[in-house]
Design a protein around this ligand. Structure first.
Ligand code: ATP
Ligand code: ZN
Length: 291
């Protein structure tokens, strides 16, 4: 369905189709944030779309965010089960598939880009501060959807740093200063706002209470309503969970995360729908993230 927001946007009810000028803007924004990674000597890595449920379980993800998970399911392979499914082979009025027995579900569609990085580094000793950048299509079930703002699937670019607590804090602080310079060059402004993750049953979750007491998440809030990115200090949570070591201790880590569709939304809000009026993203990235 065409969206009134922009002629190059189509809306599928919970996910966006980007074409033409918006696809080009998406790619240029992503390249700009990858450049922030380059400024931090972060190699780029591309991870698969599926993430092991057992890995997420180690993070207590299913206890903390059961409402957000999207599972990758297959039908159990036995011919009777497949035959029953194939004969019905239909969807109901809501578009729901009539599933028969499922094979064990062992994979989840990636809910955040950075989890793959800790899984990848599991069991390693990091001799020095380490950075990595990646982009992922992320999947989160939300209670409502809105084009370019709240989608079931959306693009996330992250730059992650791991090492000592001081190194990670300095990395996040440099990131914040660079992002501010980038925003200024683009003619955008955000309010940096402490936030907590959207925990399920928050009042009973010790992690939520810990985040309330000592904020570890700062969001880039556009026009007082839309978080277009966040800076997160994880303490040594991922280092402990995945056995990543630095200087004889579980590594500390932090990430700088950008919601790519939401950045498009911010550009459209401030500069309008005409690409001729949009700022030069590459030049702004050069200003903000170039050496
Ligand atoms: P929110 O509180 O707005 O749901 P979050 O705190 O869960 O976001 P993060 O985990 O910090 O989000 O994810 C990094 C960025 O990804 C967010 O700042 C946002 O820009 C983007 N993002 C998160 N969820 C969505 C979504 N459902 N659709 C589009 N972008 C999203
Ligand atoms: Zn992250």
């Amino acid at each position: 369905m065409r969206s009134e927001l922009h002629p190059d946007l189509r809306w599928r009810g919970n996910q966006a189709v980007l074409a033409g000028s918006l696809l080009s803007l998406y790619r240029r924004l992503d390249a700009a944030f990858a450049r922030l990674g380059t400024a931090e000597q972060a190699p780029e890595v591309m991870y698969p779309t599926l993430l092991g449920a057992a890995q997420l379980a180690k993070l207590d993800y299913f206890r903390s965010f059961p409402h957000m998970a999207t599972f990758a399911c297959n039908l159990e392979r036995d011919p009777d089960n497949l035959g029953t499914f194939a004969r019905a082979a239909g969807v109901d009025a809501q578009g729901a598939v009539a599933l028969t027995r499922l094979a064990p579900v062992t994979e989840v569609l990636t809910p955040a880009a950075c989890y793959h990085i800790y899984v990848d580094l599991a069991g390693q000793v990091l001799p020095a501060f380490r950075t990595v950048t990646t982009r992922a299509t992320c999947f989160r079930r939300e209670d409502h959807y809105k084009p370019l703002e709240r989608q079931w699937s959306f693009g996330m670019r992250e730059v992650v740093g791991l090492g000592s607590s001081e190194d990670v804090k300095a990395f996040l602080e440099r990131g914040r200063i660079r992002v501010d310079r980038f925003l200024e060059a683009l003619g955008l402004a955000v309010a940096w706002t402490p936030a907590t993750d959207p925990f399920f049953d928050a009042s009973r979750n010790p992690k939520f209470l810990a985040q309330k007491l000592s904020p570890v998440k700062t969001e880039m809030v556009h026009q007082d309503r839309l978080a277009i990115g966040s800076i997160n200090f994880h303490r040594n949570f991922f280092g402990e969970t995945f056995g990543i070591e630095h200087a004889g201790e579980p590594a500390f880590s932090g990430c700088i995360a950008f919601g790519l569709e939401r950045w498009i939304r911010a550009v459209l809000d401030v500069h309008g729908p005409d690409p001729a009026e949009w700022p030069d993203i590459a030049a702004a990235a050069q200003d903000a993230f170039g050496e």
